[in-house]
Design a protein around this ligand. Structure first.
Ligand code: THU
Length: 148
């Protein structure tokens, strides 16, 4: 399946995006939880920003993979997104479950993405994945429009 990308003519296969998330997961720094997460964020202009979770001995500063990807993109001036793929499991090569974005990451998505069209893909592999719209994962979300 291809993402329809806002009329800019760039198509990216879901499987490719999942593969990027699997690659990102290899850099996970997770000595405390032992849970390794990778994310790949697709911008509307067809760029992919990869992120992994980055933990900290003080726990609180830990950053999720999804937010790492978002903050990389936004800090480079990219603000419009179509989809994110997420893979997470106990550190190691086997990804045996679906890792859903935490509430904080969903809220960050709400800030920068259109809830009804932004796709969230949680995957075990390129063949086994589930696809949602952000609104499915964060119904009745509070976002920038509420402060207009
Ligand atoms: N984690 C993520 O990277 N993304 C999520 O949405 C859920 C949790 C990370 C944070 C922490 O490093 C580890 O998974 C266990 O919570």
């Amino acid at each position: 399946m291809y993402f329809p990308i806002s009329g800019k003519g760039i198509n990216m296969d879901i499987k490719e995006l999942i593969n990027e998330a699997i690659e990102a997961r290899k850099f996970s720094y997770c000595p405390y939880s032992g849970f390794a997460v990778g994310a790949a964020l697709l911008s509307k202009d067809g760029k992919v920003f990869k992120g992994c979770n980055i933990e900290n001995a003080s726990f609180g500063p830990t950053n999720c993979a999804e937010r790492t990807a978002f903050f990389k993109a936004i800090s480079e001036g990219v603000m419009e997104f179509d989809a994110i793929a997420v893979v997470g499991a106990k550190a190691g090569d086997i990804i045996d479950g679906f890792a859903y974005p935490c509430g904080v990451c969903r809220q960050v998505m709400e800030e920068f993405c259109e809830p009804k069209s932004f796709k969230v893909i949680v995957a075990k592999s390129v063949d086994e994945y589930r696809e949602y719209n952000l609104v499915d994962l964060l119904p009745c979300g509070f976002g920038p429009k509420d402060l207009e």
